[in-house]
Design a protein around this ligand. Structure first.
Ligand SMILES: O=P(O)(O)OC[C@H]1O[C@H](O[C@H]2O[C@H](CO)[C@@H](O)[C@H](O)[C@H]2O)[C@H](O)[C@@H](O)[C@@H]1O
Length: 389
């Protein structure tokens, strides 16, 4: 993979994700042709260059992507009213309990976690959707409860805290509404941290100093800013090519675009995927990642939530320090990059929020957002006791 320097961060210059076998569809699905045609005039599209190989790739890429779409979010539990009083242990519960042996609950392992945090400073990284707010059908209604907001507020008063989301930074701030912490939107491609009073680090060298909406001084880092016009172009194209698909929804996340299919009839998922694949063939500098019933289109740069964690630790003057323990709580595939960074560097723990067994680089798990809140409260309680001791 060719790494080119763009400013001071590396940019992946090959269209790697389109070679990914996960970008595949069964050969019996007819390609939707008008979409790509409609946007071939886009300023950032490279349609003519890649046209020759399209038909072949559609077959080669079969299946993987659809499997990823199907497994991208656990089905909600069906309650059978007739058997509601039956003991709730079924096969799924058994599997979950077996999985817990490998990824123990961060609540039941709390003592173990804090014993490794003794004499260390904890840095806290929190994903938003599915971690601080439950997954809901309408992304605009993923509201954080006041109780969760208060738990995050107290935690951020005890520990350096960052919210790391795939959403745009502005949008996630509107949900969280807390000042004094770092916000990282667009999967780490838009990072803003308050300038701290006695900031000896001066922020990260690649940050610019600016002011936020409240006029407060902040450090800002946007490694994908050159992609903004391209992202805006593909956003409009995606809105257009999905407008006749019932339930499909396209969300702009500033440096990324989400195509939601949670409310699309499952039989139509291949069609959603096919249209996105077709369009992306003309944008080799963009790639797709899979979230929870969402396809996330983002720039092909060597940047993700894991890199964002490293960057934030550096910005906060907390990297390469033996006395820092990082804790990252997240529920999504995109959080795996951050779990991996912490696991491989031995700098802390990933905690996966999941009520079903999943392969993960996390060390611990929490079942749902209510357990996340309990965990945050426990951390605060422990910190206050420890400080008072
Ligand atoms: O990194 P995150 O903060 O977890 O953001 C990832 C995506 O989250 C949102 O979508 C997810 O949550 C929605 C609301 O609960 C749900 O309707 C959707 O199905 C989930 O995928 C957000 O809307 C996306 O733009 C983010 O990419």
């Amino acid at each position: 993979m060719d790494l080119k320097k763009n400013g001071s961060f590396p940019v992946l210059t090959d269209p790697a994700p389109l070679n990914n076998s996960r970008l595949g569809l069964p050969s019996n699905i007819k390609p939707y042709s008008s979409a790509a045609q409609a946007y071939s005039s886009g300023l950032y599209s490279t349609k003519p260059r890649r046209k020759a190989i399209l038909g072949k790739l559609d077959d080669v890429r079969a299946n993987g992507w659809l499997d990823a779409m199907k497994s991208s979010s656990p089905p909600r539990k069906q309650l059978n009213k007739d058997f509601i009083s039956e003991p709730a242990i079924d096969e799924n519960d058994m599997a979950y309990h077996t999985w817990l042996m490998s990824y123990p609950s961060a609540l039941t392992s709390f003592e173990q976690i804090i014993s490794s945090a003794k004499c260390k400073k904890i840095a806290l990284f929190l994903d938003y959707d599915g971690t601080l707010s439950p997954i809901v059908d309408n992304p605009d209604l993923a509201i954080m409860s006041n109780a969760m907001r208060s738990a995050v507020k107290h935690a951020s008063e005890c520990f350096p805290t960052a919210i790391i989301s795939g959403r745009s930074r502005e949008k996630v701030y509107k949900f969280v509404k807390l000042t004094g912490l770092c916000y990282s939107g667009s999967h780490g491609m838009d990072i803003m941290c308050p300038v701290r009073k006695f900031d000896s680090t001066g922020g990260h060298p690649n940050c610019i100093m600016t002011t936020d909406e409240q006029g407060k001084e902040v450090h800002l880092f946007q490694p994908a800013s050159e992609f903004l016009p391209m992202i805006n172009e593909i956003f409009s194209s995606l809105v257009d090519i999905t407008k006749d698909i019932v339930g499909a929804r396209v969300e702009s996340n500033k440096f990324c675009v989400s195509v939601h299919y949670r409310l699309v009839n499952q039989e139509v998922w291949p069609e959603v995927a096919q249209r996105v694949v077709n369009l992306l063939k003309d944008y080799p500098r963009l790639r797709v990642t899979h979230g929870r019933k969402v396809l996330e289109i983002r720039p092909v740069i060597d940047w993700n939530k894991g890199k964002a964690v490293e960057f934030l630790l550096e910005s906060l003057g907390l990297s390469n320090r033996e006395d820092v323990l990082s804790i990252y709580v997240g529920d999504d595939r995109t959080d795996e990059d951050a779990f991996k960074v912490l696991r491989e560097s031995n700098r802390g723990y990933g905690i996966l929020v999941s009520s079903v067994p999943k392969e993960t680089n996390a060390v611990y798990s929490l079942r749902d957002t209510s357990e996340v809140m309990k965990f945050l409260k426990s951390l605060v309680r422990w910190k206050k006791l420890d400080d008072g001791a």
